[in-house]
Design a protein around this ligand. Structure first.
Ligand code: PRP
Ligand code: URA
Length: 207
């Protein structure tokens, strides 16, 4: 059974409220995206596989646990904003990139780049994108990752529309989904309502 979770921790709710505010500037927005990614990462990685190691403490030998292998794949461009926060929690993760943008008329994703670590089939893969709107971009990105052999995939997003949650879960029922908030709906332009606007533009200051 896969997990579909709205991670409504008070810290996440607080930071998402600041992200929604149209008066939040680029630097603060970028910092907040990174912080929320870090908090979501904490919840989404509860069941990551660990392996036992031996370390010498100042007192004695300890048998203790460390994380086994893992990978990150941000969906360009807005997913890049979540990478630093995730890497601060999982510093040794390898990072692949999937470039997708939505065609503004059809709202269908258009792929323009894909570079993933080679041994993706043996590892846990965490796909990052702040916005799950129609769900088309996340579904396509995960299809690309599966084509390269990945079997253990999680998706982490900041905000989702009900339409996107449903579409992603139906397209990839084996993928665990973690988001910070589930909003009301999509508008006619495919934007999440109330949402936070265009995540990529707000992270990179392009509008
Ligand atoms: C945004 C967002 C997602 C996608 C979500 O990217 O970062 O990738 O839209 O929409 P969907 O669920 O309907 O596919 P956008 O296409 O604006 O590209 P950008 O990240 O380059 O700004
Ligand atoms: N992409 C965004 O950046 N924002 C939305 O609300 C929907 C898609």
């Amino acid at each position: 059974m896969s997990v579909v979770e709205i991670v409504d921790h008070p810290l996440i709710q607080h930071k998402i409220s600041l992200l929604r505010d149209r008066n939040t500037g680029t630097k603060e927005f970028r910092d907040l995206v990174s912080e929320v990614a870090m908090l979501l990462c904490y919840e989404a990685t509860r069941d990551l596989p660990t392996e036992e190691v031996e370390v010498e403490t100042p007192i004695a030998l300890a048998r203790t646990k460390v994380l086994a292998g893992r990978k990150l794949a941000p969906i360009l461009r807005a997913g890049l904003g979540m990478v630093d926060g995730m890497l601060s929690m999982i510093p040794a993760a390898k990072v692949g990139h999937i470039g997708l943008y939505r065609n503004e008329e059809t709202l269908k994703p258009v792929e323009y780049y894909c570079k993933l670590p080679n041994d993706i089939s043996e590892r846990e893969v965490i796909v990052l994108d702040p916005m799950l709107a129609t769900g088309g971009s996340a579904s396509d990105a995960i299809t690309q990752i599966k084509k390269r052999g990945a079997k253990h995939i999680k998706f982490i997003g900041l905000l989702a529309a009900p339409e996107g949650m449903k579409a992603l879960h139906e397209a990839h029922p084996d993928v665990d989904i973690y988001v910070g908030a589930l909003d009301e709906k999509l508008n006619d332009q495919g934007y999440i309502v109330p949402g936070l606007g265009d995540a990529g533009d707000r992270i990179f200051g392009t509008k």
